[in-house]
Design a binder for this molecule. Structure first.
Ligand SMILES: [Zn+2]
Ligand SMILES: [Zn+2]
Ligand SMILES: [Zn+2]
Length: 517
């Protein structure tokens, strides 16, 4: 931009002034009834909305009432300038053509998603609607404008989608680069129903697999790794996703199985062996050379090879599992007290930690809870983890309801109506359980040990089948824990076991029952 002044002094005189809102010496953005304003203050003032105390109209309130500096509308303040959008009349910081952010975004989307006939590709209309409905169209505008014409920018991907150069299938999205921009777009397409909903972790696994297969140095190994991933690992992930969403840990483990299968084939190759020529002695040698994690991760591959008759039959060492030692009961109650009384601690991890410590829920399941799973029945609050829903003791209920009223991550695109108890930053997604675990650990709560302690206490106090139903656990797991904890089901007489004595020993801060309206 060229400026029409001769000297620095002229520039200072013509273009600079003290801003009447922030007091800094800045470029004059506008002259308002109360003085010159800078760009920052002008943009901020136009975004203040509410009922004008002067005339009662609900609109933008960039003006200042001289008597008390209350925010008032442009009419009451006597502005000569209007902020009304030339198309829809909404008052906003206006862009080219005197349009508001939403109308600008609408134009930009219409141009990007044009299928070549001058209108949005019909399949993509729900995507445009969904983006235009977001609370803050400015963030949508930034998203479609950033790195404007670069390959792989949001704008570029949208334009290729509009012209049909990218198929509206998950397969097409697996191969798209850069994957982060493509993954966000794919989540939006799933959130608005253009693409069928797929498990997010399976998407991530499939995308990773494309890169992994391409990176195998010896091309002779690739077909076998692909076969194993496609016919063994993926079907198992898909079957598991039908019951429960895949956790990031489950996704990582699937990747490890493929990586270790590849490494195993490489090891054979280095030892001048093939699957067909490999003998029990070689399998044993491999196990001696590798650690427990590698042995566990390669197990599925070796079993699959045997079942598919790619190798002869092998004896594999028995799988072992290690578990975190549970916390002693008194320590668990002390941690619960810390979570409930720590009012200066962030609310979100406090709520998650309380659910872990009370109900022995893994964070991967906690992030799948919705606000509908928190049930009010008179004065009592229940949490639906299984059937029947579990009663929530008073202080925890207060914490839970406080959180529901103040959830974070509610302002991003398509998330404003999120029903997740812990909404994530990405469209339509709950929070990442690893991210939540990190926050809970920051409070000093060990999630795995805390969980083991809670479930062990439950199975000591209630029959294992009742715990299994109420907390959504598999009965075999609870029965095993009952045995480990020194109790068996037969120790319990039939009758009402739904009230655990744990509620009585609970460190109450506001008495029994909740203050639920
Ligand atoms: Zn200012
Ligand atoms: Zn007014
Ligand atoms: Zn408009």
């Amino acid at each position: 931009m060229s400026r029409l002044y001769a000297t620095a002094e002229q520039c200072e005189r013509w273009y600079m002034a003290e801003c009447c809102r922030c007091g800094r010496r800045r470029h004059k953005a506008a002259s308002w009834p109360d003085g010159y304003v800078c760009r920052t203050c002008s943009d901020r003032a136009v975004r203040i909305r509410g009922v004008c105390p002067g005339c009662g109209a609900d609109r933008a309130l960039p003006g200042r009432r001289p008597s008390d500096s209350a925010a008032i509308c442009t009419t009451c303040a006597g502005f000569t300038q209007s902020f009304a959008c030339a198309r829809c009349g909404f008052e906003d910081t206006l862009r080219a053509g005197r349009l508001c952010a939403r109308c600008t975004l609408a134009d930009r989307l219409a141009e990007l998603l044009d299928d070549g006939t001058g209108r949005i590709r019909p399949e993509l209309v729900p995507l445009a609607d969904c983006l235009l409905a977001m609370d803050n169209p400015r963030s949508g505008l930034t998203w479609v404008t950033i790195h404007k014409d670069q390959d792989g920018s949001a704008g570029d991907l949208l334009r290729r989608l509009g012209r049909g150069q990218i198929d509206l299938t998950h397969e097409a999205f697996h191969a798209l680069q850069p994957w982060r921009a493509a993954a966000h777009l794919r989540e939006l397409l799933m959130a608005c129903g253009v693409l069928p909903t797929l498990d997010k972790q399976i998407c991530s696994f499939e995308r990773w697999l494309v890169g992994h297969l391409a990176g195998i140095e010896n091309p002779e190994l690739t077909p076998l790794v692909r076969r194993f991933a496609t016919w063994e690992v993926l079907p198992r992930l898909r079957a598991s996703a039908e019951k429960n969403p895949i956790t990031p840990a489950g996704r990582r483990y699937a990747g490890d199985q493929v990586k270790h299968a590849t490494a195993f084939l490489r090891w054979l190759d280095e030892h001048d062996l093939t699957l067909a020529t490999c003998r029990q002695g070689d399998i044993d040698a491999w196990h001696v050379e590798h650690n427990e994690h590698a042995r566990q991760a390669v197990r599925a591959f070796l079993l699959w090879c045997t079942a598919s008759k790619l190798t002869r039959r092998f004896r594999l060492p028995a799988a072992t599992t290690s578990r975190a030692a549970p916390l002693p009961q008194h320590q668990r109650l002390a941690l619960l007290g810390h979570v409930l009384t720590g009012r200066d601690l962030p609310l979100q991890p406090r709520v998650a930690a309380a659910i872990v410590l009370l109900y022995a829920q893994p964070l991967s399941r906690i992030v799948r809870l919705t606000v509908e799973d928190v049930i009010h029945d008179g004065d009592q609050v229940f949490l639906r983890l299984g059937e029947p829903p579990s009663p929530v003791p008073g202080p925890v209920a207060d914490l839970l309801l406080d959180w529901i009223a103040n959830r974070t991550n509610m302002n991003t695109a398509t998330n404003h109506a999120s029903r997740w108890l812990f909404p994530g930053r990405r469209a339509g997604q709950p929070m990442n359980p690893d991210a939540l675990a990190a926050l809970v650990n920051d409070l000093g709560i060990p999630t795995i040990a805390g969980r083991a302690a809670a479930i062990r206490q439950h199975v000591l106090e209630m029959p294992a089948p009742v715990v299994a139903d109420a907390l959504g656990y598999h009965q075999v797991t609870t029965a095993r824990l009952a045995t480990q904890a020194g109790g068996t089901w037969s120790h319990y007489a039939p009758g009402d076991h739904t009230r655990s004595p744990m509620w009585r020993s609970f460190p109450s801060t506001s008495g029994a029952g909740g203050s639920v309206g």
